[in-house]
Every structure is written in structure tokens, then in C-alpha cells.
Design a binder for this molecule. Structure first.
Ligand code: FAD
Length: 515
């Protein structure tokens, strides 16, 4: 019988069946035996079960700190070779600022991308300047280094302490996107480690299917190890302006006018203010009202107001009168006359503005709390239906966090990426950036905010507004299919080409590894 047993276990090993599973100690030992430039940890792993959303917590088996692309490639090759005999997966973790466990992998390997310092940032000046950076580089570092060369990336997110790989896996949208497109538009080339462990360089001209797949690809087709980012001349200062509206139609008319006009601002966003007291006092430290007396008479409580936020960049070599130019643009807008607030700040301070709020919130213990954010892309033709149904109706106060709202031009969007947008040429980003007070059962608690989010989503679905989620969160494949719509076929075909075993980024919950 001993022989028979021996034989049968050998056969099982040679040809793994679904019922055969490698134990975690076997996997752990294989990972320990990998020849790495960096290192792997099985003990300090708790942080990788956390993200900015603070709602999902999946403990991995290991956290890898790669020092080279080959560390990432050999790890994925090892996992790939285990095939269906293990349910182990691999997730790149940038800054871990996801909202719903997207950079987590239960029992899997987390690639801590900030460890990957290679290649070092390298600048290529010239007519079309660019920089090569590691996929784990933080945007704030790229900004500081670029400025030393008088250069800057063109398209941003509102918050810069995020990694290149993390934002390019989504899109990277902020107030510059109306003109330059999102961050995924401003990338010339990527180096990617696919789900089979192959290291592939890709661009519009070379392996373009993978390139387009990875941009906005939610980490599904490969780990971005290097990116070539387009740069432009850097401004030094920024004129930063806020204007208030009480009429939503006038507000959006002005926003749409600005994003389509040649002579316009360099940054265009906006936000909703619902039932706030002391608004003007709150702003006074950073913004000065042009008409202080009348501005201080502004009543904001009990009201829904809309704030247009714009900025004009000031360049050292500017040889025209910027103030005159701003006056001209402002004269074409229809805001409430007494509500012009302005400020002039260094470019870095403007771009890194959310970090300043972060420091304040951290001090109060209000940063590392649950963030049930909801980000929607609403087609222009439906934005009024959306506003009527949501602002002051489903959402009756904004005390849970900012609500951003601004339009972008889809004509500036690169075709064929994985990112999903509404069908129309212009659509709005509407971002409900709520924070939940831990253990509160009131209006500022998680349950209440989640139910509001759900009501908003149900409203969009039942009125068929053609809304798409940005930073999408779904848990079933049917929901994902509906999200991707006619892009689903390409998306799933790319998955079977580049990550056939579904090893990568399981926290997005789109594909499940077959075991
Ligand atoms: P992670 O959370 O670490 O990862 C996100 C996803 O990408 C995961 O699935 C992960 O596996 C995958 N991934 C990470 N690195 C790589 C890589 N190198 N290669 C392949 N896949 C990878 N977004 C905007 O567009 N505009 C904004 O203005 C904006 N503002 C924000 C403000 C704050 C305060 C926060 C917390 C987020 C904001 N975001 C914004 C969202 C942000 O862009 C995404 O959450 C982004 O994914 C975070 O980057 P990260 O490095 O933390 O990624």
C-alpha cells in the first residue's frame, strides 16, 4: 500500500487537479527562496490590509518590497507556475489610497510599489519634454523634481501623495483635464509586468493593445513598473479664484463656456455648498473677497450654492497683462456679483492644497476614518436632472465632506483605453467625498452615508441618466459587465491574454482566480 500511495501522490503532483492545493507554508517557502534584490516580509503585513476607504480589510500572506523589475517578474512567474493549485494572487499597492480594498489581496502577495526606486527619475528636455519615473513614484516627488528643470506634468489629481501606477490604473482627473485630458492621456510609454511575469514595454506604437488596456485598466493586465510622463513649462504662481452662484443652470453654463473657450483658465472645477453657515469666514484665511462688505452679508444657511473654482497660471516669462486677461474672462461670467474671492499662491502650494487639509485633519484624528466616497461621471444632457434629484433633495447638507462638480471634454480623452466614460462629448465629474465619523449612528455615520450613496445610485439607475462610476466599486461580474457595456468584450479578452490565471489585483473583484 505504501507504494501505491506514493505513486498516487506523485501523479497528483505532476498533474494538479482542482482538489489539490498548495499549503501556505509551501508557498511561503517558495517565496523565501526567490532570489530577490529587495525582500519579502511575512510579519509586517497589517498595513497592507488597510486603505484610505477604511472599510475593507483583507490580510495578505506576504508583502514584497521590490527593488527591481525582476523581483516583480520572478514573483509573478512563481505564482503563475503554481497554476490552479493555489489561490494565491498578487496586488500592486501604490500608496494604498483606494476606497474599497482594490490594492488588497487576501492571503496573497502585496507588491509594495513605493520600494521600487528604479529607474531613477530621468528628465528629457527639448521641444516635447518628458520624464521617466518608476511606477511606484509619488506625484508630489515628480512635481518637486520637475520644477528643478523649470518643467511640470500637465494633468493632475487634486491630491498628489498618490503613485503613478495607482492613478494611471484609474485615469487621474482634476481641473486641468478639460484641456489636457486625464493623466492617462499624458503618458507616452509604459513598462509593464504582465500576469505571466513577462516584462513588456508598450506605447501607442509598440504593444499598443496592452498599453491601452493598462491605462485605466484597474491593475488587471499588468503591474506598471515605469512610465514616461509628458511635461510642459512650469508656472511659478497661481491666481486662484472662487465665484458663487445660486442658480445651477447659470453655474453650469459658465463652466461649460469656460471649458470650451480658448482664452480661459488653466484649472476649472467647482463644488456644491448645501446649508452651510459662516462660509465666508471659513475662507477668509486663504481668500480675500473683492467686495468684503457685501460678501460678508452673504447668507448661505438653508441654501444650495454652487462655487466655481478656477485658476490662472503665472509664468516667469509672461509678457502680457494677466490681470487684464482675467478681468476679460470674468466679465463674461454670471456669478453673484459680490461673491468674487481671490488669492495668489505659489504653484506648488496650489497643487498640493489637499495635503494642507490632510495635515489639519490628521491632527484632529479625522484622516484615518472611513471614507465612503462616491464618484460619478454624468453626461452633460442629464446634469440638470441629476442636480434636481440629488442636491438639496437626497443630499440635504454637505457637512460630511466636499461635493465636487465640474465638466470635462471627452474630445481630450485618449481613445481605446480601459477607462469607462459616458457616451456624450461633455460629461461632469461629480464626487461625493464623504468622511464617516467612527461609531456614529447619526447623519455623519457610515450607515447613513452609505444609504445616501445607494439612493443616489438608485436614482441614476431608475431615471436612466447614463451615469458611469469613476473609481468604480462593484462586487459581481454582472455589475462589472454593465459598467463596461460594449467595452466588456475587449476588457475580458485582454484579461485572458495578459493575465490568463487572474492573478493580478483581485481586490477589484472583477475576475476570480480559478482553482
Ligand atoms: P492604490 O490604492 O495603491 O492602488 C489602486 C489600484 O491600482 C489597485 O487596484 C492596485 O492594485 C493598482 N495599482 C497600484 N499600483 C499599480 C501599478 N504600479 N501598476 C498597476 N496597478 C497598480 N483620483 C482622481 O482621478 N482625481 C482626484 O482628484 C483624486 N483625488 C484624490 C484625493 C484623495 C485624498 C484620495 C485618497 C484619492 C484621490 N483620487 C483621485 C483617487 C486616486 O487617484 C486613486 O484612489 C488611486 O488609485 C490612488 O493611488 P494609489 O497609489 O494609492 O493606488
Amino acid at each position: 500500500t505504501m507504494n501505491k500511495n506514493h505513486l498516487s501522490s506523485k501523479q497528483t503532483l505532476a498533474k494538479p487537479t482542482a482538489s489539490f492545493q498548495l499549503g501556505s507554508s509551501t508557498i511561503r517557502s517558495s517565496l523565501e527562496h526567490l532570489k530577490l534584490d529587495g525582500n519579502v516580509s511575512f510579519d509586517s503585513i497589517d498595513h497592507a490590509a488597510k486603505d484610505f476607504g477604511n472599510r475593507y480589510h483583507s490580510l495578505p500572506l506576504a508583502v514584497m518590497h521590490p527593488q527591481s523589475v525582476s523581483d516583480i517578474s520572478s514573483t509573478i512567474k512563481l505564482v503563475f507556475a503554481m497554476g490552479g493549485s493555489s489561490d494565491i494572487t498578487v496586488a500592486a499597492r501604490g500608496r494604498g489610497h483606494s476606497l474599497a480594498g482594490q490594492a488588497q489581496a487576501r492571503g496573497g502577495v502585496i507588491m509594495s510599489m513605493e520600494s521600487l526606486r528604479h529607474p531613477e527619475m530621468r528628465f528629457y528636455p527639448g521641444k516635447m519634454p518628458y520624464v521617466d519615473v518608476s511606477g511606484g513614484e509619488l506625484w508630489i516627488n515628480i512635481l518637486h523634481e520637475s520644477l528643478k528643470h523649470g518643467l511640470t506634468p500637465k494633468s493632475w489629481t487634486d491630491y498628489l501623495h498618490l503613485t503613478v501606477g495607482g492613478t494611471l490604473s484609474n485615469a487621474g482627473v482634476s481641473g486641468q483635464a478639460f484641456r489636457h485630458g486625464p493623466q492617462i492621456n499624458n503618458v507616452h510609454q509604459l513598462e509593464v509586468v504582465t500576469g505571466t511575469g513577462d516584462v513588456v514595454r508598450c506605447s501607442d506604437d509598440e504593444n499598443s493593445d496592452l498599453f491601452h488596456g493598462v491605462l485605466g485598466g484597474l491593475g488587471q493586465f499588468g503591474i506598471i513598473t515605469r512610465a514616461r510622463i509628458a511635461l510642459g513649462p512650469a508656472p511659478t504662481m497661481v491666481k486662484w479664484i472662487r465665484l458663487l452662484y445660486s442658480d445651477f443652470s447659470i453655474f453650469t453654463e459658465d463652466q461649460e463656456f469656460l471649458i470650451s473657450s480658448q482664452n480661459s483658465f488653466d484649472y476649472i472645477e467647482g463644488f456644491v455648498i448645501i446649508n452651510r453657515t459662516g462660509l465666508v469666514n471659513d475662507w477668509r484665511s486663504s481668500f480675500s473677497p473683492k467686495d468684503p462688505v457685501r460678501a460678508s452679508q452673504l447668507q448661505s444657511e438653508g441654501k444650495v450654492l454652487f462655487c466655481l473654482e478656477v485658476a490662472k497660471y503665472l509664468y516667469p516669462e509672461n509678457n502680457y497683462d494677466v490681470n487684464q486677461n482675467i478681468e476679460t474672462i470674468l466679465s463674461e461670467l454670471n456669478y453673484i456679483p459680490s461673491t468674487l474671492f481671490q488669492s495668489e499662491v505659489p504653484y506648488v502650494q496650489f497643487l498640493d492644497r489637499v495635503h494642507i487639509s490632510e495635515m489639519k485633519l490628521r491632527k484632529k484624528g479625522l484622516w484615518e476614518i472611513p471614507h465612503p466616497w462616491l464618484n460619478l461621471l454624468v453626461p452633460k444632457s442629464k446634469i440638470h436632472d441629476f442636480a434636481a434629484g440629488v442636491f438639496g433633495n437626497i443630499i440635504r447638507d454637505t457637512s460630511n465632506g466636499p461635493i465636487l462638480i465640474y465638466p470635462v471634454n471627452k474630445s481630450q480623452w485618449r481613445n481605446g483605453t480601459s477607462m469607462v466614460t459616458p457616451e456624450e462629448d461633455i460629461f461632469y465629474l461629480v464626487a461625493f467625498l464623504s468622511s464617516a465619523i467612527p461609531y456614529s449612528t447619526g447623519k455623519d455615520g457610515l450607515e447613513h452615508i452609505l444609504s445616501e450613496n445607494k439612493r443616489i445610485l438608485n436614482f441614476c439607475a431608475s431615471t436612466q441618466l447614463g451615469v458611469k462610476q469613476y473609481l468604480p466599486q462593484y462586487s459581481t461580474q454582472d455589475e462589472w459587465k454593465a459598467h463596461f457595456g460594449k467595452q466588456w468584450e475587449v476588457f475580458s479578452r485582454r484579461k485572458s491574454t495578459y493575465d490568463p490565471l487572474a492573478i493580478l489585483a483581485p481586490g477589484q473583484r472583477i475576475f476570480k482566480k480559478a482553482v
